[in-house]
Design a protein around this ligand. Structure first.
Ligand code: SAM
Length: 297
């Protein structure tokens, strides 16, 4: 584009040399890239990418030709050393992950840490991320409408490990965001229903920004059936959002069974202290209950 035709906001951008540019890229719809990201990609000396073919496709689409080299989860340390040499030579280097924002369930954090530790500037060029995209259109206001969310990303593939990850989240006052692959989505929604209860709502956001985009919200207890009703609903890429609990469990109710167990093996005041530490329930209330339990034998 002729520079006269560029918006003023782009004409006035400045891209310092010897800088690592961390650039968000589309998650499906090629048009979802910012003017600043494209402008920066035209300026850089080289592009480091999680997948050089994906990066080349994007660059070619926008008529940009740059040397690309690989920096993915299997070579991020070695690639970081190469990139730091380039930064030392004063180059501007861009980093792109496969889709969306680098370092969000993607490589990038090791490279950024290495560049910053070596004293180089790291500039983020923000854009799409599946987590923000799904949250923006899920319509789940969250605990007390505060919109707080916890991003978990991918769960471990083994059910018992996933369950261990999920248990501490049951009383978190936040929407919970998971990434999931199509071949695991049925098992994952079943597990989420088992852990969080069938009544909490889930948003199943599929193929965001793409042709077959869909966002379906239903109680967790109905999610598996809804997915099974049509094989197409199990295809593509998924973001799953479990709605925050509408009210939090009373800390005293959570603490009581723990206190009862501990009183069997610890002196009274130690049992109370440990229970308070674990549950944050009121010490005064727990102490009074502990005395009563001891008194009743
Ligand atoms: N860095 C990316 C980001 O910022 O969202 C995430 C990369 S992670 C390796 C890929 C996962 O993100 C997919 O398995 C899926 O769970 C989610 N995802 C990516 N694109 C998506 C899309 N278009 N629709 C729904 N989920 C998507």
């Amino acid at each position: 584009m002729n520079s006269d035709l560029q918006p003023l906001a782009i004409q006035t951008q400045h891209y310092p040399a010897a800088t690592l540019y961390v650039i968000a890229t589309p998650i499906g719809n090629l048009a979802d890239i910012t003017l600043r990201a494209l402008d920066c990609l035209k300026m850089v000396d080289a592009v480091a990418a999680e997948d050089t073919r994906t990066a080349k496709r994007l660059l070619t689409h926008y008529g940009i030709d740059k040397p690309c080299f690989a920096a993915h989860m299997h070579n991020e340390h070695e690639a970081s050393a190469v990139i730091i040499q380039r930064l030392k030579a004063g180059e501007r280097v861009a980093y792109l992950s496969d889709a969306g924002t680098p370092a969000i369930s993607d490589p990038g954090a090791i490279l950024v840490n290495a560049a910053r530790t070596a004293g180089f500037q790291v500039m983020p060029l923000p854009g799409v991320s599946a987590v923000a995209c799904a949250l923006s259109a899920a319509g789940l206001p969250g605990f007390q409408n505060a919109g707080a969310f916890h991003f978990h990303g991918f769960l471990p593939s083994k059910r018992n490990q996933a369950e261990t990850d999920l248990k501490p989240l049951t009383s978190l006052a936040a929407n919970l965001v998971f990434y999931e692959a199509p071949h695991r989505v049925l098992d994952t929604v079943s597990l989420l229903a088992d852990v969080f209860g069938r009544g909490r709502r889930i948003a199943i956001a599929r193929e965001l920004t793409k042709l077959f985009e869909s966002i379906h919200v239903c109680p967790l207890g109905e999610a598996r059936t809804w997915l099974e009703e049509d094989d197409n609903r199990q295809r593509g890429e998924f973001v799953l959002i479990v709605e925050a609990p509408s009210k939090l469990p009373d800390p005293f109710e959570v603490a009581l069974p723990i206190l009862q167990r501990l009183l069997g093996v610890l002196p009274l005041s130690e049992a109370v202290d440990v229970t308070v530490e674990l549950t944050h329930a009121s010490r005064k209330t727990l102490y009074a209950r502990a005395l009563k339990i001891k008194h009743q034998g």
